[in-house]
Design a protein around this ligand. Sequence first.
Ligand SMILES: CC(C)(COP(=O)(O)OP(=O)(O)OC[C@H]1O[C@@H](n2cnc3c(N)ncnc32)[C@H](O)[C@@H]1OP(=O)(O)O)[C@@H](O)C(=O)NCCC(=O)NCCS
Length: 176
Amino acid sequence: MLNLRAATLEDREALRVLIDASARELSKGDYRAEQVEGALQGAFGVDSQLIQDGTYFVVEAGGAIVGCGGWSYRRTLFGGDQRAERDAGVLDPRTEPAKIRAFFVDPAHARKGIGTLLLQKCESDARLRGFSRVELMSTLPGVRLYSARGYSGVEQVQYEVAPGVAIEFVPMSKSI
Ligand SMILES: CC(C)(COP(=O)(O)OP(=O)(O)OC[C@H]1O[C@@H](n2cnc3c(N)ncnc32)[C@H](O)[C@@H]1OP(=O)(O)O)[C@@H](O)C(=O)NCCC(=O)NCCS
């Protein structure tokens, strides 16, 4: 049985292990290893601000964390604690989209609806806070989930994750 709960700061080490495994395994067909390793230095990772805000969630199965994901009413679009470019400024729900942030599922539990469960929770909480749109910077594996759940966006952007190593992301958004 799946259990969704808010993440706590004590989950951070388990989340780091999960995010590393998820990114390495589930983006094999989309990215080269050096792109993933570069992204794990900052673009992918836990953002403690979201945990403190109560907007980051984990899904547990049999007592273990098998998925994580969140949303934010702050400006930072993506990236973990190690990423330097951040903006904790608060968005205006009347005119700006909330952000969908850092979704990662355990490879052994992929395609069981965990990503969808987390997304529904995030969209519903963002709506409760007054937002009518959400946006995100998707990975290529993420595009398959978000497209299936009503998000639009196809144009790839390049983001440098290490000197001379860029990764392809896709900005996506949805009305909620
Ligand atoms: C993207 C990710 C979070 C999806 O999680 P998930 O729990 O497997 O997604 P779901 O089971 O809810 O999938 C929902 C739908 O998305 C689509 N989808 C998801 N993964 C897919 C895949 N690998 N291939 C094709 N369609 C896929 C399908 O339509 C699926 O519905 P279906 O299984 O009934 O066909 C997961 O693949 C992951 O962690 N990837 C690596 C990390 C990453 O890139 N995260 C995104 C950050 S923006």
